[in-house]
Write a protein that binds this ligand. Structure first.
Ligand SMILES: [Ca+2]
Ligand SMILES: [Ca+2]
Ligand SMILES: [Ca+2]
Ligand SMILES: [Ca+2]
Length: 393
């Protein structure tokens, strides 16, 4: 379920306010500074208040809003955005997925395949002290075969063109609230991409260093496929192309709406908030770059953790707790019985077991004559009488 910050304690409310507009990007601000911005911007009618909508598909202005469900021609990483706990997340590499903290921990799905969470892997980023950001990582059991995501080393400056990808609710009926046109949200949750431009960089929203992206109605502020987040997009990716390379520059996590605005609509003048990845990049990398055989986690669910305990680990730098040399710890269902490895396949006595189906080699010990008799019997039951030499009648 999407988290609705409107239902959180009121103490969260002040930090939920964010500056919007195309003015100079505010430096990394604190709460007090945020309040000054509030006062200033209220008078200018530019202030938006985060009321809700965390966990939000991308609402696009294009056509009837149902498009953009396959990768754009210049693809920033469409396949790397998947389902995390019913919301969104981005596959980074080495089994790790990045999402907003409020998305929580749960089963992941990429390319139609579900992946369980490695127990204990879900963790919130600390941000290096103070209040932690709305950002978390979790590791999957298995390998989705997706490319590594490049993390932005600097924040995209205001005016940067970006692509947002999420799998939240879709665009519903047209609506108008307080003179602002837009759309309601409707099922289903669908993976979709849209575009926008960075409005501000370095804003603090819900204790999180963030970029904001205004949802604009007309050029030059509005771009083609102008987009805004909806419920379920939380954890989705904000991509920025710099120097010819696509980078993950943000994690979608909040819809910034007008005070009093209904929580299930996107209207022009709203903005998307995205966690600034460059700010948290080093901490993310410090977690996800640890090899599976020295990360303190049971990555393959066999009850054995890391080198020394899990026979699938060759050494501390091994990136997998499984080994192609071990039938009972190779990640494969070798005997096609629906169970994989020790301990899931009960015929594996341990990770070092020689086979997932020990009864098969035992057959060779049976007396040859008994096996022959059994096969002959089977044949008699299935062959027509003529085929075994009896006269036809
Ligand atoms: Ca491990
Ligand atoms: Ca293990
Ligand atoms: Ca193992
Ligand atoms: Ca196996």
């Amino acid at each position: 379920m999407p988290v609705d910050y409107a239902n959180k304690p009121s103490s969260l409310a002040p930090t939920a306010r964010a500056q919007q507009g195309n003015g100079p990007a505010p430096a990394r601000s604190n709460y007090a500074r945020g309040r000054r911005l509030l006062a200033c911007l209220l008078s200018a009618s530019w202030l938006l208040v985060s009321t809700a909508s965390l966990g939000q598909a991308v609402i696009i202005v294009t056509g009837d809003g149902t498009g953009n469900t396959t990768a754009p021609s210049d693809d920033p990483g469409f396949d790397n955005v998947g389902n995390v706990n019913g919301l969104s997340g981005v596959y980074l590499g080495n089994g790790w997925v990045l999402t907003a903290h409020h998305v929580g921990s749960g089963t992941m799905e990429f390319g139609g395949v579900s992946y369980p969470v490695v127990p204990g892997s879900w963790q919130r980023l600390t941000g290096g002290g103070g209040s932690p950001p709305d950002l978390a990582v979790l590791r999957m059991v298995g390998d989705p075969g997706l490319p590594v995501t490049a993390l932005a080393t600097s924040s995209p400056p205001p005016g940067s063109d970006v692509v947002m990808i999420g799998r939240g609710l879709s665009r519903g009926s047209a609506t108008t609230w307080s003179g602002n046109d837009g759309w309601g949200w409707t099922s289903p949750r669908t993976k979709r991409w849209g575009r926008n431009k960075i409005s501000t960089s370095g804003s603090i929203i819900l204790d999180t260093v963030s970029a904001t992206l205004n949802f604009d109605s007309s050029p030059p502020s509005a771009v083609s496929d102008e987009a805004h987040v909806a419920s379920g997009d939380s954890g989705g990716g904000l991509y920025w192309k710099s120097g010819g390379t696509w980078y993950l520059a943000g994690t979608l996590f909040v819809s910034l709406t007008f005070s009093g605005q209904p929580s299930n609509i996107s209207i022009f003048g709203n903005a998307t908030g995205a966690v600034d990845i460059a700010t948290y990049r080093s901490e993310i990398l410090s977690i996800i770059s640890v090899p599976a055989c020295s990360n303190g986690l049971d990555d393959d669910l066999d009850g054995q953790i890391d080198v020394g305990a899990d026979p699938g680990c060759d050494d501390a730098n091994d990136a997998s707790e499984q080994s192609p040399a071990l039938i009972c710890d190779d990640g494969l269902d070798n005997d096609l019985d629906g169970f994989i490895d020790f301990p899931a396949d009960s015929e594996c006595p341990s990770s070092l077991g020689p086979s997932e189906n020990p009864t098969v080699p035992a057959l060779s010990l049976w007396p040859a004559v008994f096996v022959a008799a059994m096969l002959g019997g089977l044949g008699l039951r299935h062959l027509p009488h003529a085929a075994i030499g009896r006269p036809s009648v």
